[in-house]
Design a protein around this ligand. Structure first.
Ligand code: ASP
Length: 351
């Protein structure tokens, strides 16, 4: 009797265990597509202890994925190489190629749940913001890099890549736009920024904080971006082959007007100022008179730049709280649509 009851209990226990297991194994794995662009995450050094003196963009992204077989347990992963370079070599042409490719895959392969882009950390936040502005889908786009080369002792690349795929396949990540994932931390593409040259905890979102975390048990979010992005964007780059030239000038004590005058002579369509000086201000006014669009940002990296009616009437635009390198990209995209300062200010207020 006891035996029978015990064996009945065991059978029930086994059934109870088997149901969730069966349910899990029947659940379709999510599909994630990884696009490689290079950076330290694919960098190789001559020996494992070398954390500098490595070559960025050495290994193809398919090799990185093959070295982390645990990723295949998370999702069905496909990959392609867009380019394999340090992030300082990423150009507008490459950004357009990357964005168009993701949009094309969204159309042609609707079963893909999310995208991962591997990238050098130096300009990673720029690419992430560009994708935030131009990918016309609510599917997660996760941009990932590493602070140590792939070959390093305790490299951060493998875990960052693993976590990026987790975030890209999590249903909770939908509708949050492009994100930056390193060091288990999820930043919004708009606010996330690199803050340290060497530490692995380099990316943060300053006063806005992380969107969430890739924790060991699950992907958790604590907030979501409110500014327009991805599926809410007005920037369709499908038919754009080239972005207008926009550069940044940096302000400091006694900054001369040379940088502005040089850019105007080189034919730029827009200038973003990261703070200024009296001479720079004069030069920017002259640049505006010649038809160059001027956006005022700030070198501090935190807080808004206010605009006044008078300044807007003169044609000067405020970047709100966008960092100069991101204001540059937004101005490039805005200039593909309009040269009306009021309309461009509207765009800066919304994105
Ligand atoms: N030099 C590298 C790059 O931006 C740095 C990195 O990837 O972390 O490509």
């Amino acid at each position: 009797m006891i035996q029978t009851r015990l064996s009945k209990t065991m059978t029930l226990f086994a059934i109870a265990l088997a149901i969730p297991l069966a349910a899990t194994s029947l659940q379709a794995k999510s599909k994630v597509h990884v696009l490689g662009t290079g950076g330290t995450i694919s960098g190789a050094a001559p020996s494992p202890e070398m954390l500098s003196g490595y070559k960025s963009g050495t290994y193809p992204v398919a090799d990185l994925l093959a070295e982390v077989p645990e990723i295949t347990e998370l999702a069905d992963v496909t990959s392609e190489q867009i380019i394999n370079v340090g992030s300082g070599r990423i150009t507008g042409e490459i950004l357009l190629k990357l964005s168009k490719r993701i949009n094309q895959l969204c159309q042609e392969q609707p079963d893909i749940d999310g995208f991962v882009v591997t990238h050098g950390t130096g300009t990673l936040e720029e690419t992430a913001y560009f994708l935030n502005l131009t990918v016309l889908s609510d599917k997660p786009v996760v941009v990932v890099g590493a602070m140590r080369p792939w070959t390093a002792i305790s490299g951060d690349g493998p875990l960052n890549l693993y976590n990026a795929v987790r975030v890209a396949s999590a249903p909770e990540s939908r509708g949050k736009g492009a994100m930056i994932v390193l060091n288990d931390e999820i930043n919004s593409a708009r606010e996330g920024t690199k803050t340290d040259t060497y530490r692995v905890e380099t990316f943060n979102s300053r006063e806005y904080g992380f969107l969430g975390y890739a924790d060991p048990d699950k992907i958790v979010f604590y907030r979501k971006p409110l500014k327009r992005h991805t599926f809410q964007t007005e920037f369709d780059v499908t038919k754009i082959d080239e972005l207008p030239q926009v550069d940044i000038v940096y302000g400091y004590q006694e900054a001369s007007r040379g940088s502005v005058d040089g850019l105007v002579a080189a034919g730029v369509k827009g200038i973003v100022s990261a703070s200024g000086s009296p001479e720079i201000s004069d030069a920017l006014e002259d640049a505006q008179a010649k038809g160059v669009m001027v956006v005022r940002s700030d070198r501090k990296g935190q807080g808004r730049v206010l605009n006044s009616e008078r300044r807007l009437e003169q044609g000067t635009i405020s970047a709100d709280n966008l960092r100069p390198q991101k204001a540059r990209l937004l101005l490039q995209l805005a200039l593909t649509k309009t040269s009306d300062p009021v309309e461009i200010q509207r765009i800066f207020n919304q994105y």
